[in-house]
Write a protein that binds this ligand. Structure first.
Ligand SMILES: NC(=O)c1ccc[n+]([C@@H]2O[C@H](COP(=O)([O-])OP(=O)(O)OC[C@H]3O[C@@H](n4cnc5c(N)ncnc54)[C@H](OP(=O)(O)O)[C@@H]3O)[C@@H](O)[C@H]2O)c1
Ligand SMILES: [Zn+2]
Length: 336
């Protein structure tokens, strides 16, 4: 089969379109014919050698967490899916035996990890991580869901967002950002999204209640404050946007941080944290039931993910350059 492989960890120029061995499903596994796979910034961090897993990679490496497609074959002891089933993958990898696997939430698993291998014609996956795809959800749409929507939904749960809350999403035009704004709306809450790009701001207006143009935290602080106090912040940027999030929260507000796009460390005013009694929490991925929930929101039409562009698998490097340039709105998807 063909795959888009990372041949070294530098940048998009190190992505090769090559032939790799066909996968064979082992016990409990299924091989899926990949119809669509979406890019996440995690893949870019891996490609640049900026991920915690960079030291453990063997080449050629097939990245890609999120895939949807059709089951081709199954290994022994698989009865949850059969060849021909349309599916989407939950990319969580868990040990199945630790206290969090037994008592939840599974994304706290002591050996939590992620599936990689979506940027290929076929992927060999754990069969119990495959969700049936409803007829009215196409594979390209489904491929946008696992990482971005599951993560955004889990952040909304971590911050107890409910109808009527006002929620700020700095950097709201990518995978997690658009997902967050749409899911905030689906909950009946009010979203504020920002972007440094005026064209992307125009597109964001269809998904967020308030749109602020800018990346400068000082500009964003003033603009959000003008809108009003914020109940929760969903923060995938990290860096200086962590203090910005605290600055715009109402007393007792909540912020979940899931990423480090704008910086892997942050300085915060400790006295703000305790005096205003903020709840600051980390959040990673979500649970398979979170993914089931967002899939049902999409199947019902309550949420409509945005795909910026689809690329042939052979054009995966071009898609990565788009992500590197931050000029996409919504998701970038490759279709083998
Ligand atoms: N912990 C987890 O489980 C988990 C899960 C999913 C994602 N994440 C993390 O969440 C982050 C977002 O992932 P994604 O796939 O949604 O990425 P993405 O699609 O590339 O995000 C694009 C957004 O990030 C903004 N942005 C990019 N670089 C920026 C910078 N230097 N300063 C400020 N804003 C910047 C863009 O702003 P403009 O609109 O101004 O261009 C845009 O709104 C990543 O750090 C990722 O690793 C973590
Ligand atoms: Zn576990």
């Amino acid at each position: 089969m063909h795959a888009a492989t990372f041949t070294e960890l530098t940048g998009p120029e190190a992505i090769d379109y090559q032939t790799v061995p066909d996968p064979e499903p082992g016990p409990g596994e299924a091989v899926v014919d990949v119809a669509a796979a979406s890019l996440n910034r995690h893949d870019l961090f891996v490609l640049r050698g900026e991920s915690a897993m960079s030291d453990t990679i063997d080449f050629p490496f097939v990245s890609g967490l999120d895939l949807a497609g059709v089951v081709d074959s199954v290994g022994p002891n698989v009865d949850s899916v059969a060849p021909g089933d349309r599916v989407v993958l939950c990319p969580n990898r868990t040990c199945g035996t630790c206290r969090f696997c037994r008592d939840g939430p599974e994304n706290l698993c002591e050996q939590f990890g992620l599936f990689h291998g979506a940027f290929a014609e076929q992927a060999c996956v754990s069969s119990d991580r495959l969700l049936p795809l409803p007829d009215d959800v196409d594979a390209t749409t489904a491929a946008t869901l696992p990482t971005a929507y599951m993560t955004a939904w889990h952040m909304l749960r971590r911050t107890d967002v409910t109808a009527g809350d006002r929620v700020f999403v700095p950097g709201a035009t990518g995978n997690v950002g658009v997902a967050a704004c749409q899911l905030i709306g689906a909950l009946g809450a009010e979203s504020i999204g920002s972007s440094g790009d005026s064209a992307k701001c125009d597109r964001l207006a269809a998904h967020a209640d308030h749109v602020i143009e800018g990346r400068d935290p000082d500009v964003l602080r003033d603009a959000v404050t003008d809108i009003g106090p914020v109940d929760a912040v969903l923060n995938h940027l990290g860096g200086e946007y962590v203090q910005l999030g605290l600055d715009v929260l109402r007393r007792g507000g909540r912020m979940a941080v899931c990423g480090k796009t704008a910086g892997a460390s942050a300085e915060i005013a400790v006295d703000d944290l305790y005096w205003d009694q903020y709840r600051l929490t980390g959040s990673t991925m979500g649970t398979q039931p979170d993914l089931e929930r967002v899939l049902s929101l999409v199947a019902s039409g309550a949420v409509e993910p945005v795909v910026d562009t689809t690329y042939d698998l052979a054009e995966t490097a071009t898609a990565f350059r788009r992500m590197e340039n931050s000029d996409a709105f919504g998701s970038l998807v490759v279709t083998p």
